[in-house]
Design a protein around this ligand. Structure first.
Ligand code: ATP
Ligand code: MG
Length: 267
């Protein structure tokens, strides 16, 4: 599988340069995968997400970011967006008064077959197009519907990479089973997802993961392996067992979990 995004020794200091938020982080995101970045509050996840999007690229003090083989380290947000990077849920859709149809079309460059494109995007987020595209974006849409419409707008742009951070509980508003289904549909459209979360249950939909711990990327691997490490470091053994059980955690039996917990000095 191709590598779509690569971070090489990325260090991001605070604006005043006095502290390091993200420290010498390296990992790769495979094309067509769901890659979760997990870690506790304050571990640097959002900082990393915004930096990849280019919202504060100037803050990288060391390292490189490659997208689709291109060095994007010094590119602006607009240049990165053109290459196919999109950050969903960065801002809630505040364009009250627009119809869902109009809102979703805003980001679509090629205006041919607009109707079909909007329908496809709405179906991907499990909203019936006929019921929604004439709805006005206002408070009559439920929280979850709004989040889905915002995600549909990102999907309609057909980016190569969708970065999903979880501000304002964007993820919380959509039920987990639905999420699995939506993510699989996004994957089927050949998009890669970088999922930023501290909700481990949501992370379970991921193929791969990176564990951020106080600014260090301490492990990148298949998601359940990363998850066990996270639980061990956070002292969440019972939680971990439950979450892995839900995921069918065949290879992650008690013995494996015990070993990782032992390594962390927790057993
Ligand atoms: N400008 C800044 N000056 C000082 N510290 C900052 C600055 N910006 C971010 N930080 C700190 O960097 C750390 C990482 O923040 P970030 O928002 O990336 O964490 P996060 O992993 O997304 O956390 P959460 O799970 O709560 O969303 C936090 O401790 C935050 O307080
Ligand atoms: Mg955050």
């Amino acid at each position: 599988m191709n590598i779509l995004l690569e971070l090489k020794n990325v260090t991001i200091p605070t604006l005043d340069q006095k502290c390091v938020i993200v420290n010498n982080v390296s990992f790769e995101v495979r094309e067509g995968s769901i890659h979760a970045v997990i870690g506790p509050n304050g571990s640097g996840k959002s900082t990393l997400a915004y930096t990849i999007m280019g919202l504060n690229s100037y803050r990288i003090s060391q390292g490189k970011i490659y997208f689709d083989g291109i060095d994007i380290t010094n590119m602006s947000l607009t240049e990165r967006a053109k290459l196919g990077i999109t950050l969903a849920w960065q801002e809630p859709a505040r364009i009250d008064g627009l119809t869902v149809f109009k809102y979703i079309t805003l980001g679509i460059k090629d205006k041919s077959n607009l109707q079909e494109k909007v329908k496809e995007a709405l179906r991907t987020v499990n909203l019936e197009p006929e019921r929604y595209y004439n709805r006005i974006i206002d408070e009559t849409l439920s929280g979850g519907e709004r989040k889905r419409v915002e995600l549909a707008a990102a999907i309609a742009m057909r980016p190569k990479l969708i970065i999903l951070d979880e501000p304002d509980s964007g993820l919380d508003m959509i039920v987990i089973e639905d999420f699995l289904n939506i993510f699989n549909k996004i994957k089927a459209l050949n998009m890669t997802i970088l999922l930023i979360t501290h909700r481990e249950d949501i992370g379970m939909v991921a193929d791969y993961g990176t564990l951020l711990w106080r600014g260090d990327a301490i492990l990148t691997d298949e998601f359940p392996i990363v998850m066990v490490k996270y639980c061990a470091k956070a002292g969440l053994k019972e939680f971990c067992k439950r979450a892995l059980f839900k995921n069918g955690g065949k290879c992650f039996d008690d013995e494996y979990i015990d070993r990782i917990f032992r390594e962390e000095g927790l057993l």
